[in-house]
Design a protein around this ligand. Sequence first.
Ligand code: B12
Ligand code: SF4
Ligand code: SF4
Length: 318
Amino acid sequence: MKRDAVQTVAVKRRALELGFDAVGVATLEPSAHAAELDQWLDAGYAGTMTYLHRQSKKRKHPAGIMPGAKVALVTLTNYFHRSTDSGRNPGVGRVAQYAWSAEYHEVLGRRLERLATAVREIVPGAKTRCYVDAGPVPERELAQRAGLGWIGKNMMLIDPDRGSFTFIGVVLTDAELAADPPFEADRCGSCHACLDACPTSAFVAPGVLDARRCISYLTIEHRGEFSQVQQPLVGDWLFGCDVCQDVCPWNVKFALPTRDVELNVRPEVAEAELASLLDANPESFQRRFGDTPFERPGVAGMRRNSAAVLANRRRAHA
Ligand code: B12
Ligand code: SF4
Ligand code: SF4
């Protein structure tokens, strides 16, 4: 198959019609940041996310993820609703806004499959494989290579037109689509607002996060009870954390609320009641939250998070 500009334009147009907010094409040469990944893993910053160690070889050599793959079609989907700090009542915990709607892996998974079908129609004989937040795909680096933005000091992929409240979705394909130029500029400049604002001082350096101290890791990925050190770190956050994005000037200035109907806010998630989560049993939890991101920590994890937020609030008011 030959790299074809006409086919590439047709594929990108289809991506925008399907509801993706931005799309670009990245080449699959080895990661330019393999050494950073090795150092990050060796330092233990991945905590118990052992899959990151297992996947690191492929992450450093993305061409090996799918046999014959030539490029990654990389998409961004805006999920911004409003500042995470607004409109809370005392009985609810703070929930990171990427989780406010239906399970995004499913919403975007379906959308990416439709895009993959379009690739196969536009480039007959092409093979495709879709990924969103799963598998060994270095999603942020591929997005930067596809020209969609730069990786900020908070490690987020920042789109200069939309900010960083975006999901990244990837279609790997052997179709030789024309690659975009990478986004070379670093537009953080002298700003360090995210590093200063992180409530747990989880950044050991600009662009280097010790995940073990990150509230997102603690409330979503950590299994078992919190230690005495971990529980206060969680503060007011029931699920995930948005602080290092909420303070970023690129979000303050450019993030606009999504109009994606598949990402409509579900109040029982966005405004989750601490007391009812504390009392949840597996059946009631499954009924209410089985198709939401709360499913990842599950009923035990969400009960633990809820108890931690309540205890932290009691301590703050004592
Ligand atoms: C593990 C993981 C986590 C972990 C670890 C986070 C971390 N910073 O590494 C935890 C649980 C803490 C987490 C938290 C969050 N996550 Co997360 N996470 C992932 C996952 C599955 C893997 C990331 C990974 O490999 N981390 C290891 C680090 C070392 O790798 P990396 O982040 O890719 O960083 C590489 C680049 O930065 C590159 N690099 C280093 N320096 C430079 C310099 C330049 C110029 C360039 C180009 C590259 C570069 O080298 C690094 C190593 O390869 C990805 C999905 C995926 N498959 O990639 C989602 C993903 C990164 N997460 C995402 C989100 C939304 C979040 C949260 C915002 C959720 C929340 N609100 O609670 C927070 C944000 C925390 C933060 N500031 O990073 C989105 C990010 C979207 C975006 N616009 O950037 C992703 C891409 C999922 C998705 N498909 O949308 N996450
Ligand atoms: S998500 Fe929260 S805890 Fe994690 S690095 Fe960002 S500000 Fe810090
Ligand atoms: S807050 Fe400032 S330093 Fe952090 S990612 Fe945004 S622009 Fe970069």
